[in-house]
Design a protein around this ligand. Structure first.
Ligand SMILES: CC(C)(COP(=O)(O)OP(=O)(O)OC[C@H]1O[C@@H](n2cnc3c(N)ncnc32)[C@H](O)[C@@H]1OP(=O)(O)O)[C@@H](O)C(=O)NCCC(=O)NCCS
Length: 177
């Protein structure tokens, strides 16, 4: 398995991998993680260097993207979607994708990464955004799942306000994907 920067020729295989990771019976046909990978390519929030895939031969088996985000006036990154093909889960691919993105983001000088997610992310040092007064929607469930990782130990922790993702994360009604 190798980690590579995403390129357009991986798109079809990437969408297959994300569908395998995320598909469920009530998946929205247009606003879902696999369509997101395509929509992102034309988004102002797309950062090509921070969009990576895990390759097994020519096949994409995992995907992770960091995109432009803001909390109040502070510019940073949002993580996701992160997905690994079902039959390749639990063998370290998700971990490798996240670690690669974190190290690239550090090199590029970003100071934080935020995400909506569960316990999986604590292993990388993500912590609850609640203690910093960071929110993402009016919904308490969403806010409970908001996590942040500060990339620079000396980075100021006085970030608070609403996390705003790039346009690709919102549907036509302005709801988060
Ligand atoms: C979540 C996901 C990206 C993890 O990637 P992965 O390659 O399967 O995971 P890794 O092999 O890197 O890590 C495995 C470890 O993570 C844990 N783990 C896997 N999924 C988890 C989850 N959803 N919540 C908490 N822990 C999880 C495993 O129990 C295992 O723990 P261990 O190291 O203590 O044994 C992958 O399982 C996936 O694509 N799931 C479906 C889509 C999804 O939920 N994406 C994340 C959205 S927030």
């Amino acid at each position: 398995m190798e980690i590579k920067t995403f390129k357009n020729s991986y798109l079809s295989s990437t969408k297959d991998a994300l569908k395998s990771a995320f598909y469920h019976e009530n998946s929205n046909e247009r606003f879902n993680e696999w369509e997101f990978a395509e929509n992102l390519l034309s988004s102002e929030g797309y950062l090509p260097e921070l969009c990576v895939v895990a390759l097994e031969g020519e096949n994409v088996v995992g995907y992770n993207a960091l995109t432009k985000a803001k909390i109040g006036d502070h510019h940073g990154l949002a993580l996701g979607p992160l997905g690994v093909r079902k039959e390749y889960q639990n063998i370290g691919i998700g971990t490798a994708l996240v670690k690669e993105c974190i190290s690239r983001a550090k090199r590029m000088g970003f100071s934080w990464i935020a995400l909506l997610g569960g316990d999986y992310y604590s292993r990388f040092g993500f912590e609850s955004g609640k203690q910093y007064g960071i929110t993402v929607t009016e919904n308490e469930f969403d806010n409970e799942h908001l996590q942040i990782l500060f990339l620079d130990q000396s980075a100021e922790r006085n970030i608070c306000g609403k996390l705003v993702y790039c346009d690709a994360f919102y549907d036509d009604n302005g709801n988060l994907l």
